[in-house]
Design a protein around this ligand. Structure first.
Ligand SMILES: Nc1ncnc2c1ncn2[C@@H]1O[C@H](COP(=O)(O)OP(=O)(O)OP(=O)(O)O)[C@@H](O)[C@H]1O
Ligand SMILES: [Mg+2]
Length: 319
């Protein structure tokens, strides 16, 4: 069994890919077997941050061609214990993959043999991204300390919890209808919250209410604050945790803070990760600390989710 760590953000350009590459290398250097997967379909660039040439067949081959296993796409990197599965820039990132395709990919990822499977996701709240993020109940959210980035992270988590609750109940169930209707209710700045939603589920069936509550309390995402310019930025991370707890009812764990580091952009141009060229830099030490924190974490079981069937209306309008 592997530990899957999906890496997401609401807003784009917050450093997910840079972080995924450097975290993968760091975990591998700590002796863990790591497979880094580029699931930013449509705009894959993890290979660049890992210093790998874009010449290997990507995920699209597994998705659309018969008889190709996910393992066969694994590329060995120059770093011991670190492997890579390329994304695919030919698959439009905005297109929702059919549900059975997503499930085929998710099952194959769950069966990969490694200590850690890191998944670099695209930005935003498309169902592809959310369903991949839900492969783990303890995925990582990268955010910068800017308000827009924090708010997008909140919106991403809210959409994700809606999706998780929705998929926790069967197709055409009363519970799904209730969750769908709850979507239009405002919760920000009111006393309304997801906990009220679980009470409403309770009215349908006490087991449903208890199950909804259990799903929410088992969901435990982690936050990484990146591109921080001062330590006060950390307080914004706490603010995100507070609003998530109050409105969505979820707990979050803060796993690290990475300062703005000028050499990061040169590391992309040079195609060599900073944790390799400057292992003693503050950046490398911060990534190492995060890797150590992640190793310490005990992961809860993978969620059991029903087929999406009827999709939720576009959630972007409600967050
Ligand atoms: N700690 C950091 N210090 C300075 N610059 C950084 C840091 N982390 C990332 N960056 C810069 O932020 C930019 C975006 O990084 P990256 O491509 O990793 O973001 P992303 O979240 O993966 O973006 P997308 O959403 O487009 O996939 C890059 O130009 C990179 O140089
Ligand atoms: Mg990226």
């Amino acid at each position: 069994m592997n530990t899957i760590i999906p890496i997401a953000s609401g807003k784009g350009g917050v450093g997910k890919t840079i972080f995924t590459a450097n975290l993968g290398i760091t975990l591998a250097k700590m002796g863990k077997t790591v497979i880094a997967i580029d699931l930013d379909l449509g705009s894959s660039n993890l290979h660049t941050c890992l210093g790998i040439k874009n010449q290997h067949p990507g995920i699209g081959n597994f998705i659309y061609k018969k008889g190709i296993s996910l393992e066969s796409l694994i590329v060995k990197t120059d770093i011991d214990h670190l492997y890579f599965i390329p994304g695919d820039s030919l698959i439009p990132g905005t297109a929702n993959l059919q549900y059975f395709i997503k499930m085929k990919l998710i099952k194959a990822i769950q069966n990969l043999v490694a200590d850690y499977v890191l998944i670099d996701l695209g930005a935003g709240t498309s169902y592809n991204i959310i369903d991949f993020f839900l492969m783990s109940k303890t995925g990582l959210i990268v955010t910068t300390p800017e308000t827009t980035s924090i708010l997008s992270a909140y919106a991403f988590l809210k959409t994700t919890v809606f999706r998780m609750l929705f998929r926790s109940f069967p197709h055409k169930s009363k519970e799904r209808e209730l969750i769908h209707n709850f979507l239009t209710e405002r919760i920000e700045g009111t006393d309304n919250s997801f906990l009220r939603l679980t009470k409403l589920l309770n009215n349908i069936n006490p087991k449903s209410g208890a199950y909804g509550l259990e799903q929410i309390s088992d969901f435990y995402p982690r936050i990484v604050l990146n591109i921080g310019r001062n330590k006060e930025a950390i307080s914004l991370g706490s603010r995100l945790r507070q609003i998530c707890k109050k409105n969505i009812g979820i707990n979050m764990e803060y796993v690290g803070f990475i300062e703005y580091t000028e050499q990061v952009s040169a590391s992309i141009i040079n195609r060599t990760a900073l944790v390799i060229t400057s292992p003693n830099s503050q950046f490398a030490r911060a990534v190492k600390q995060i890797a150590a924190n992640l190793i310490k974490i005990t992961y809860v079981d993978k969620p059991v989710l029903f087929e999406s069937g009827e999709d939720l209306v576009n959630l972007d309008n409600f967050v």
